[in-house]
Design a protein around this ligand. Sequence first.
Ligand SMILES: [Zn+2]
Length: 462
Amino acid sequence: MRLSSNNLLIAFLCCVALHAAQRADVVWTARYVVTMDAQHRVIDNGAVAVLGSHIVAVDTRANIDRRFTAAHRLDRGDAVIIPGLIDTHTHAAMSLFRGIADDMILQDWLEKFIFPAEARNVTPEFVLWGTRLACLEMMLGGTTTFTDMYYFEDRVAQATKEAGMRGVLGETIIGFPVPDAKTPRDSLAWTEDYIQRYRNDPLVMPAVAPHALYTNSEATLRASRALANKYSVPLLIHLSETPRDSDQTMKEHGMRAVPWLDSIGLFNGRTVAAHAVQVDENDMQILKRDNVGVAHCPSSNMKLASGIAPVTRMLALGINVGLGPDGPAGSNNDFDMMEEMNLAADLQKVATGDPRSVPAEQALAMATINGARVIGRERDLGSLEAGKLADMVVVRLDQPHAVPLYNIYSQLVYALKASDVRDVMVNGRMIVGDSHSLTLDTGVILAKAREYRQSVQQSLSH
Ligand SMILES: [Zn+2]
């Protein structure tokens, strides 16, 4: 066939178009990319291309370089890129109470220290500064999304947005007067207004957060569920952290806590249940059937001697289990998701007597894609895939405890530390660069935290 000059021109232009690089805003490259996608692909000499707030491609560096030209590049060489870590349960602003009362039983800790300390100190400013401190620690340790339950939650939202992080944030609803509300009815009304303000925010996902079964009436629990469903937001609750929940419902209703909550419709919508330590087989069957996400908090459960959540069984049943550090004041003392991964894996080995329980890859899944499922965001978070939001973390592999490397999952879960996190991106924006926050003023926040120590200490001596 003889080509006319026109056809030749068209063929030439097609050829150019095929090979012309697509535009990306950012390309990050590293020795490994751990995607946590459905195939759990690990890409040697990998790269991630980002346009706007989204990932546009995850591939080998060679392929990404062939396809894209990027305005900004970060070539990290001896490092691994992982999805941003998703914390499914915490109380960020309690960072200002870090270490205030350790080594005591949960009820004493709550009733003699935490509730009085909160009554005397927790103001909107306190929550703002406490959350800034927490966000600083979280971002430097690779957490990109956190799930929070506290007071003055709009200040938590403010600090989260300043940090450039993502938050699933619920105002605590509790059956006694607290710093920001006299009654649960006030908290519910406040929560509705807060949901309306933040429901379309790109970073803040508002939630409804009744503190626990034993601190709320049935009417409040029902109203909380109704409010969450009215706006299609998640409900966050502490569930069966100790035997207290089921002791109470057995006495009042002749049923364990989980079946009773199920009977009043509490799980009839997206639910994130923190702890679920004291659950039996029937409880777990209900959690699975109702698609309740569990926020497993190994540090907190160990430190408060709450017991060991039957996570191995939950995972076998197909329950979505994520991880959380819980509060930093007595129940843990830090917000280190790398540590929670390690402890989650080790604790199940102790509990089952089987070192094959919760292998490293599964522990990393709990901190990433499973965490996304727990908060109902697996479509756009939790793994590195084209089309998902660009939340990712560079972890360095050049420290003594990172060498030699045989298995990247083992290294991430059993050897690497929060301090190995080097760069963090959330929603396409770099918020940590070379282990420094690019969004929050570290010096000012640390100074303010030390100032708060004085006033908290004084308030407790009265
Ligand atoms: Zn908690």
